[in-house]
Every structure is written in C-alpha cells, then in structure tokens.
Design a protein. Structure first.
Length: 112
C-alpha cells in the first residue's frame, strides 16, 4: 500500500465541511522550516489532491497550518491560524489529519 498525507476540515459551528480554507504544509527540521505545499479546501472540506503523494512521502516532522481565521472572518474569531505539528515515521502508511473547528476551538487526530 502506498502512503499519502491528506486532510479534511469540518466546521463544527455550522455542522458542515469547511470549504475555501487555505492550508499550508511545512517540513520542520530543528529550527529550519520549508513550505512544501499550499492548497485550499473544496466543497467537501478536503484538498483536491493529497498534500503528499506516495512518491513525496518522507519520514520526518511536518506542520499543517490551517487559516481558520480567514474562514470565520465574519464571526470575529478567537482563532486565526491553527498549527498542527506531527511526525511521519512510516512512509508506506496513510496519514489523514482532520481538523474539526469553530471560531473558538479546534481538535484534531490521526484519522484513517
């Protein structure tokens, strides 16, 4: 099975997928960071393609930055950018990082 990195964002305040949220994927190596990809969520709250495909998967530390404040702008949100830092250790595995958010809180987990 080929590994991949995907995400999904749900708007828990409205009970629907969060469309149009900017997502950045960064590699992290100590103090060095590099932006690998920028994407935007579609109508289903997902990116159209994996953030990392099977040929791009590398073991290491990564950070997803979700631009939730832009999405919830009309609500004068408490949250602005939501960073989620995680590690990829098995490049053959799938890593799905969902974000459930509202203007005031968020939660994440490793999904399937």
């Amino acid at each position: 099975m080929a590994g991949a990195l995907t995400t999904h964002i749900l708007d828990t305040a409205r009970g629907r997928p969060a469309a149009g949220i900017r997502v950045e994927l960064w590699s992290v190596d100590g103090e060095r960071r590099a932006c690998l990809k920028t994407a935007q969520t579609n109508a289903d709250g997902r990116t159209d393609e994996p953030l990392l495909g099977p040929d791009e998967m590398k073991a290491g530390e990564y950070e997803l930055i979700f631009f939730a404040g832009d999405y919830f702008e009309e609500k004068a949100p408490f949250l602005d950018r939501v960073p989620v830092r995680f590690r990829i250790s098995d490049v053959q595995a799938s890593y799905h990082v969902p974000l459930l958010c509202s203007p005031w809180s968020y939660t994440t987990y490793r999904g399937s």
